[in-house]
Design a protein around this ligand. Structure first.
Ligand SMILES: Nc1ncnc2c1ncn2[C@@H]1O[C@H](COP(=O)(O)OP(=O)(O)OP(=O)(O)O)[C@@H](O)[C@H]1O
Length: 207
């Protein structure tokens, strides 16, 4: 599968945030998006995830499973917020996401306990999500990427609030996903320490 992005532009309110963004990612490849605050990284990821409409340009999947046309249909999106309910336990949250997202063709998510173990937090899935520390909450949000299979991971500042150990752990999860033929697009100020990456530097739109 390939993700093709051509001449993409996006608007927020009256402002054109970026213009003419193009890239292509094949299975096993990652794109790291960098740029100063306000340069449009989150906006680009939200367009890729189908949460915002592009102003112009195209987003295409090549050699995708039959019936899947837009990247959002086969993508995980991890935004700045963790998208977990504080009052529900970790297990209830992950179980909701597992059922809600379902698997894309070509793979299957792993069990909740295995996902919690993969992010180094086995044994605390019975706790309300709100009881966890900021770093533990972010780790659990990463477990969401594992409980339902999606070939494309769209990640906005995935390692914010993580300690060095969790940073490494996350790089490992990303590397394993790429190894299995996944595609990763991540906005980050910290290097993820992974191999085959392309870089996209956002500069903001110059009027
Ligand atoms: N809902 C909105 N309406 C109008 N403008 C918005 C809206 N959301 C974001 N913007 C503007 O769009 C621009 C790009 O924001 P965006 O969040 O994409 O940047 P970013 O590169 O991800 O920044 P950061 O590094 O701070 O996360 C900013 O100038 C921001 O003020």
């Amino acid at each position: 599968m390939r993700l093709l992005v051509e001449c993409l532009s996006a608007r927020r309110g009256e402002e054109l945030i970026f213009n003419d963004i193009s890239f292509a990612l094949a299975a096993g490849e990652a794109l790291i998006v960098t740029g100063p605050n306000g340069s449009g990284k989150s906006t680009l990821l939200r367009v890729l995830a189908g949460l915002l409409a592009a102003e112009s340009g195209s987003l295409l999947l090549e050699d995708a499973p039959a019936g899947f046309e837009h990247p959002r249909e086969v993508s995980h999106y991890l935004g700045h917020r963790n998208a977990m309910k504080r009052e529900l336990t970790v297990e209830e949250n992950l179980s909701f996401w597992r059922r809600f997202l379902g698997d894309s063709p070509g793979g299957s998510g792993i069990e909740l306990a295995a996902a919690a173990e993969a992010v180094g937090l086995a044994g605390i899935t019975h706790l309300p999500f709100g009881y966890l520390s900021a770093g533990q909450q972010r780790r659990m949000a990463m477990a969401k990427l594992l409980v339902a299979y999606r070939p494309i991971w769209i990640l906005d500042e995935p390692t914010a609030a993580l300690d060095v150990g969790a940073d490494r752990l996350f790089s490992g999860l990303v590397a394993a996903h790429l190894e299995r033929g996944g595609i990763v697009i991540a906005a980050t100020h910290q290097p993820l320490g992974i191999g085959r990456t392309q870089a996209l530097r956002m500069t903001g739109f110059v009027h």
